[in-house]
Unconditional design. Structure first.
Length: 273
């Protein structure tokens, strides 16, 4: 009798209807080891703000799960794919809204750098402490990159090396005093809310300024901005040293290229920049 091909089932764990309101970090776990997936589910079950909405154990299952189910973060084991770099590129191309956290078995500098270039938000070891993994998910779900000490050193080293290569120099970029102050706050690790208090404005205005700065400098996020500032030395370390917080007067808006005020900002929204 002819055999029937068997397709492995994608495990789905949808949150209750009263929890499917966007207040939870929805996670897909893609790992080849069932015991590891079960361990992660137990860890996340202890957290009030994390929900596993799907699981996969192969690359095809992962691609299917990422397409079919709404998730904020995909935990993806690099060893699932023969070529994890291309697999990551495919996942992000097909699911541009998902944040990718790659799980590796051992440190690999070349793989780490290439994965970050392809758009991965974080890389963690299989030996990562549960508390750190949960912290990683929370940061990544907000669009923030997450790097451990070793990965940070590799990224900084690569950026410095790239900056020292002979090539066409970048055009000199002039930032306004307010832009410089906000960028200085970012490089100090301050959140948008903290920056708004320091500058005396709203979080939305801070976001508007950051978008303009990103366009000026040709960077995509806060990490690239910090690395750019480190490499190009465009900031004076004393920029925010003695600057006291300013009261918000409710009238400030960033200026456009012609010096005219832009449309007044909308009410503050959750931090995304």
């Amino acid at each position: 009798m002819a055999s029937t091909p068997v397709t492995a089932k994608i495990e789905i764990e949808q949150p209750p209807a009263n929890e499917a309101n966007g207040q939870f970090i929805r996670v897909i776990v893609a790992d080849s080891q069932a015991i590891f997936r079960a361990g992660l589910r137990k860890i996340f079950a202890l957290e009030d703000d994390v929900r596993v909405v799907g699981q996969a154990e192969t690359l095809p299952q992962t691609l299917t799960a990422a397409k079919k189910f709404t998730a904020d973060v995909l935990l993806f084991e690099a060893a699932i794919a023969a070529n994890p770099i291309e697999a990551v590129a495919d996942l992000l191309r097909q699911n541009p809204g998902i944040k990718l956290v790659v799980i590796t078995t051992e440190p690999d500098q070349d793989l780490t750098l290439e994965l970050f270039r392809r758009g991965v938000h974080a890389i963690v070891s299989r030996e990562v402490e549960p508390e750190l993994l949960v912290d990683c998910l929370r940061k990544v779900s907000k669009g923030e990159p997450w790097l451990d000490g070793r990965a940070t050193q590799w990224v900084l080293e690569a950026y410095r090396t790239q900056g020292s290569r002979v090539g066409a120099p970048r055009p000199k970029v002039q930032l306004t005093p307010k832009e410089t102050l906000i960028v200085s706050c970012v490089t100090q690790g301050m959140k948008n809310k903290e920056i708004a208090i320091r500058v005396g404005t709203t979080e939305q205005v801070v976001k508007n300024y950051l978008r303009k700065v990103y366009d000026k400098l040709g960077v995509a996020d806060r990490l690239e901005l910090a690395l750019y500032c480190l490499n190009s030395r465009i900031l004076d370390n004393s920029t925010i040293k003695d600057t006291p917080p300013k009261p918000f007067v409710g009238t400030e808006t960033p200026q456009n290229g012609n010096g005219a005020a832009t449309v007044p900002p909308n009410p503050p929204t959750p931090e995304t920049i």
